[in-house]
Design a protein around this ligand. Structure first.
Ligand code: PLP
Length: 395
């Protein structure tokens, strides 16, 4: 398993653990998204929550229209590493936060050009400061309101932004028609890893409830969760949905996917450090579910490893555990055709999104290095971490 037959990149000298993102795969996704833009006139923003690998922001900005953020820091990263890096092409920096802080709002006004508010109270509170900024600088800042269609086909409740009692967006019951003055757009986000039939269904409800307010506005943002770059995604239906809204209401449509940008573009390469036995065979890896791929525990889900099968599907079955002292730091049970040896490399697939952005140094476990493969330079380690990265978050 050390000499690798699963990827065409020579990883012999790659330190482990490492996130490795393949620019060729990222470009493939970006081209699919660009095609949707070209055929509809919609704008597509990178939702940084899912993928904040700013090394690739110049590439992403070449295909897409900018970034969106959920916080001041994400907005700043998008502004500095994407919008500001382009002089000829005008890119955008959007933000949605469920509750803006007084002490961060001035900086948000400096670096963003689209601000989405989560309630009429927040809009009324900050509206004056937006208008003053526009007057003082001449810079246009377009404000929008997040609405909650109270309809979603997301089945996992922690990933359902439109479920009962959700704190996201204004429901039709709480909508205040007479406080819309100055708002230029509506935003909803009700999908998670879904196909365009789920979007079509959400749109029907969104239109019924909020369509009449969209006339006279400038834009509508369909949020994220569109799994556009997945093999079975129905792009034609997405295009129909966008064109329908654009033509009915004469508005600019935005999409802000995170996952779809980086889906299936990266790996987490780890090494087997030890093999023990307690009723079953156990592999001790140098990567941790808790620290390096927390969604495995939180979501939860089972990542794929090249060459592996379900437990007992292949001849040799192992439980895979991490280097922390948390009993539950387990990736899962996997089987292989050949016995695994200490020093073997295991390659987890689809690790570019929602892993790198969620890593932590719990138990003092170091973060994985970050590497890229590009056609121009081949394999390159672009970041490694050390003791200070752990220490600097504590005192
Ligand atoms: C999480 C999120 C996104 C991105 O979702 P993906 O599932 O990564 O596409 C976009 N917009 C908002 C408001 C979000 O909360």
């Amino acid at each position: 398993m050390a000499k690798n037959k699963y990827i065409d990149i020579d990883i012999t000298n790659l330190p482990t653990p490492s996130f490795l993102v393949d620019e060729r795969l990222l470009k493939r996704n970006l081209k699919i998204l660009k095609d949707v833009k070209d055929r509809t006139g919609c704008k597509i923003l990178l939702a940084q929550k899912g993928f904040s690998m700013f090394y690739f922001y110049p590439l992403i900005g070449h295909y897409l229209d900018g970034t969106t953020a959920s916080s001041l820091f994400e907005a700043k990263l998008g502004y500095e590493e994407m919008e500001k890096k382009f002089t000829k092409k005008k890119l955008e920096t959007h933000i949605f936060n469920p509750s803006y802080r007084d002490d961060e709002f001035d900086e948000i006004l400096d670096i963003t050009n689209h601000i989405v508010f989560n309630s009429f109270a927040q809009w009324n509170k900050f509206k004056g400061r937006v208008q003053e900024k526009i007057k003082a600088t001449g810079k246009h800042i377009s404000c929008g309101l997040r609405v909650n269609p109270e309809f979603s086909e997301v089945e996992t409740e922690i990933y359902n932004p439109a479920g009962r009692y959700s704190r996201f967006g204004v429901t039709i019951e709480n909508f205040k028609e007479d406080e819309l003055e100055g708002l230029e757009g509506l935003h909803f986000h009700a999908l998670c890893e879904q196909n365009s039939d789920a979007l079509e269904n959400v749109l029907k409800v969104f239109e019924e409830k909020f369509g009449k307010y969209l006339h006279g506005m400038k834009w509508v943002n369909f949020g994220g969760g569109h799994h556009v770059t997945r093999k079975d995604y129905d792009v034609e239906k997405l295009i129909k949905c966008i064109n329908h809204i654009k033509e009915t209401y004469n508005v600019q449509v935005y999409l802000e996917p995170g996952e779809a940008v980086a889906l299936n573009t990266g790996f987490l390469v780890s090494e087997v450090l030890d093999i023990t036995k307690n009723e079953m065979d156990i592999l001790l890896l140098d990567t941790s579910a808790s620290c390096h791929m927390p969604d495995v525990i939180e979501m939860p889900y089972r990542p794929f490893i090249f060459g592996s099968g379900l437990p007992n599907e292949k001849k040799y079955t192992y439980r895979l555990g991490g280097p922390t002292c948390l009993a539950g730091d387990i990736v899962g049970d996997y089987s292989f055709d050949e016995p695994v040896k200490v020093g073997d490399k295991l390659i987890f697939t689809d690790m570019a999104h929602y892993s790198m952005v969620k890593t932590n140094t719990f138990n003092g476990i170091n973060l994985p290095s970050i590497a890229v493969y590009t056609e121009k330079d081949g394999l390159k380690v672009i970041r490694t971490f050390k003791y200070e990265d752990f220490k600097n978050r504590l005192s």
